[in-house]
Design a protein around this ligand. Sequence first.
Ligand SMILES: [Zn+2]
Ligand SMILES: [Zn+2]
Length: 286
Amino acid sequence: MEDVIGVRLTVLGSGSAGNATLLERGDQRLLIDVGLSYREAARRLDSIAVPPESVGAVVITHAHGDHTRGAALFSRRHGVPVHATPATQEVWGEANVSSWGELRCDAVNEICGFRFTPFEVSHDADAETVAFAIETPDGAIGFATDIGVVTPFVRERFRDCRLLVIESNHATDLLQVGPYPQSTKERIGSQRGHLSNESLAVFVREHLGRSVRCLVLAHLSRVNNVPEIAEMSCREALEARGRDDVRVVVSRQDRVAETVDLGSWPAPRRAGASANSQVALPFMPA
Ligand SMILES: [Zn+2]
Ligand SMILES: [Zn+2]
């Protein structure tokens, strides 16, 4: 009998000082962004008993330093490809990676056994910024860490996901009274900047897909947000949506977040009959 190996996602660190997320299924592993230094990314992988050399690829969302800092060295040190869109490869410029991997927008890209569909989102990188819908054997993951606005297109992409990793960058009032120059405040708060707790709450309250089992809050500002406020804002929105069954994980800048194991949830509903379905539970939430 084949072992059942769940898909696991662990945010190694997230915030404006560096982002990196581990996605794994059995011995297939990849990193989405390596915006921590190489040394720090390797240290955090070691701390959860994942040898850095077991990572098979790096996938890049966009060419901001908080997403790319350690990526080229990680690629060279371990001889793994860096998947980035052609535009991101170009503006990243001198990046000395071991090899480039393809990343085509609005198409399925097979990377380490995962099926990535990148799509462009509103954010202020020089080249495009992409979010992902990632198909896995345990259901789909939506991933958007830098996103100024959740458009109808993004909502559509995320509708059938079981896990969403999504930005909860700032509390609007803390940003307004905070120490940043007015121009920076405007950039962050704009639709090409970063998603606020409040904007995320609107998305959750009004548009959260029925399949979602877990929300991982990402890219929290250390200056303009408080993890407890971001979490409370999200939980209130879930409650208003009648979805207080959804798990909330708050990722942090300075430490590894708890691992989300998609295999620990009941199998996603598939079209047609499923195996082992003799016992039908009529009101099982989707
Ligand atoms: Zn960015
Ligand atoms: Zn960022």
